[in-house]
Design a protein around this ligand. Sequence first.
Ligand code: GLV
Ligand code: MN
Ligand code: MN
Length: 426
Amino acid sequence: MTMGAQPRPGASAPGPSGASGTSAASATGLLAAIADVGVDRVRGGYSRHGFDRAELALREWFVAESRARGLDVEVDRNGNLWAWWGKPGPNALITGSHLDSVPGGGAFDGPLGVVSALAAVDLLRARGFVPSRPFAVVVFAEEEGGRFGVPCLGSRLLAGTIDADTARRLRDPEGTTLADAMRKAGLAPERLGRDEESLSRIGCFVELHVEQGRGLIDLGRPVGVASSILAHGRWRFQFTGEGNHAGATPITDRHDPMLPASQLVLAARRAAAAAVGSRATIGRIVPVPGGTNVIASTVDCWLDARASDDATTRSLVTEIEAAARDAAAAEGCRLEVTEESYGDTVIFDPALRDELAGLLDDAPALPTGAGHDAGVLASQVPTAMLFVRNPTGVSHAPAEHAEPDDCEAGVAALAKVLEHLAGSER
Ligand code: GLV
Ligand code: MN
Ligand code: MN
């Protein structure tokens, strides 16, 4: 489906930078153009979630920027955007990332990969480069799972690693389903699902991303390549107790689900600390009804657990769940645990990784604990990632950063990689 360009009601997409193929945009200039979109005045940072007002405005902006460069934008069955430089076709070279954020996230996670892809197109064009194979910039939908709970939703749907009916029924915190949100955005959720046509066109995918750690700072290098991603998943722990009055209910008469919920937080830390390199986090807790003078009737907690491999991740979750079940029983509460998403360890194609590292002056290869659309695609097509130094080492928070010079080093590296891959068999 070719993308309609009509601005949606209430969405205020910034205008295109005016890049016309003769003037190259900088990554920082492009980021500056979207700096006002999705600012979260309550949490700080940005809240841009799949198909919400802010993300739709960013998608409109991306379409306008792509058109200003003469790229033809298509939206696929799963809501991912593809901006083609030349005719779409097989064995395509694809680069890009996502535009959504976590709640109160930074400006770089996702958008840096998208703006760097556009800036790399400008740079290549200014050098007179014409792609010798199909070439597109992609924007994946709802990578963070910040609205519908499942990360890398657009790429998982594309690859068919999430069932389409399950995806359609996902709900945001207000109860809106993914199907309704997509319909409201002018998309057709009945078409969700593994997209053979789009998948079979991808010859090779390269995602540039801000580094989410301190590897490049410690090595004194602006750009690196990715080696692996931890196995990771999300589990919902729902504790059910008895809602009651905070003043009138004696301590001995309570079935307060907040008690086992707090034990879950401690168990997650304890279990992850005991398994070297593992991570376990409770980043979201929702008590119902959520009143200061009310003992909650239910508490929902979300566990994010990650480790080097599948077995270690599974045993980490088993240990945490056992502790949570004991704590629930001790308080007379019930516990229901649901796995909401999971992805096994990703080892990026070692030959491609080494080839790109060599091309980039022996750029260091770094593992990451963060998930990416590139991690989902790695099981389907040759895939690589470039990381750009983050001087704070912080991510998923407003302090996430990349210096302008490092962003431009990232664009130059991406352009070099794309130019190289355009002439290769990969
Ligand atoms: C996404 O960035 C994740 O790692 O959850
Ligand atoms: Mn992220
Ligand atoms: Mn990201």
